[in-house]
Design a protein around this ligand. Structure first.
Ligand SMILES: Nc1ncnc2c1ncn2[C@@H]1O[C@H](COP(=O)(O)OP(=O)(O)OP(=O)(O)O)[C@@H](O)[C@H]1O
Length: 258
């Protein structure tokens, strides 16, 4: 098998004495769509936050595209990564947050062109061309010159997705992308993600509470519990025939609440 695009090798993450991730081994293959589900506090978002370089690891090594993320090679040894290394690695990862995190003082278009111009060095014309294509993809062409606060939450999140894609990342990370939205706006965002999953050979890793959606788009579902992967498998295996008692309890609770 080829090198996974993401690999957690015996990763521990603690906040003080509180151990959030425990000896975590986890891989995502190129092109794979993986969703992480599990109870609140089980460490799901921490996995994404480590990949987004928002949290470091306490021990173990995380690899992205075969290269250590939080470390650098020094001869045969791994030493903590410099800010320059983290910056370089970050460009391979597209991030979509719960709370959109758009630049409020920039138009939609500028939100999409800023990082490709500043970080990737694209020309103004090339960045605009790329942004136009992506705005079409997320159905927001006519909103290009508006500011984020002139858009609905669903539209803002679609801009968030387009902005992440504008960097042509190897992996897209979605951290509960619909949880801050009013229920009637969830569908339009899920449709965009669904379309991306179907039409593009993009690697996607998503934390979500939308179980039906996870079942529909994932190649693999990982059930997290207390900082470990308690059970993983195809959507049919996890949702249709979960083996572990904890998975069964969790799924019963969330589907009853649905
Ligand atoms: N910066 C921090 N300092 C201290 N504790 C933290 C910090 N970030 C997360 N935690 C704790 O780590 C645990 C795991 O958090 P995480 O956000 O990964 O959980 P989660 O599974 O994504 O939960 P949810 O579904 O509620 O978002 C939680 O108990 C949380 O309180």
């Amino acid at each position: 098998m080829s090198e996974p695009i993401i690999r957690f090798d015996k990763v521990e993450k603690s906040f003080g004495a509180f151990n959030v991730l425990k000896d975590l081994d986890f891989e995502v293959a190129k092109g794979e769509k993986v969703t992480i589900i599990g109870p609140s506090g089980s460490g799901k978002s921490t996995v994404l936050r480590i990949l987004m370089t928002l949290e470091d690891v306490t021990s173990g090594v995380v690899y992205v595209g075969g290269q250590p993320l939080w470390h650098e090679k020094k001869g045969e040894r791994l030493v903590p990564a410099s800010e320059a290394h983290l910056r370089k690695m970050r460009t391979q990862l597209g991030m979509v947050f719960q709370s959109f995190n758009l630049f409020p003082h920039m138009t939609v278009l500028r939100n999409l062109t800023e990082a490709p111009r500043v970080v990737l060095g694209l020309s103004k014309v090339a960045a605009k061309e790329r942004a136009d294509e992506l705005l079409e993809l997320v159905g927001l062409t006519e909103h290009a010159h508006k500011f984020p606060n002139q858009l609905s939450g669903g539209q803002q999140q679609r801009v968030g997705i387009a902005r992440a894609l504008a960097m042509r990342p190897k992996v897209m990370l979605f951290d509960e992308p619909t949880s801050a939205l009013d229920p009637e706006l969830v569908g339009e965002v899920l449709n965009v993600i669904r379309h991306l999953a179907e039409a593009h050979d993009l690697t996607m890793l998503m934390v979500t509470h939308e179980m039906r959606f996870a079942r529909e788009i994932s190649d693999r579902v990982c059930f997290f519990d207390q900082g470990r992967i308690r059970e993983q498998g195809t959507p049919d295996e996890i949702f249709g025939n979960p083996k572990e008692k904890r998975t069964q309890q969790f799924l019963r609770a969330v589907t009853e609440a649905d």
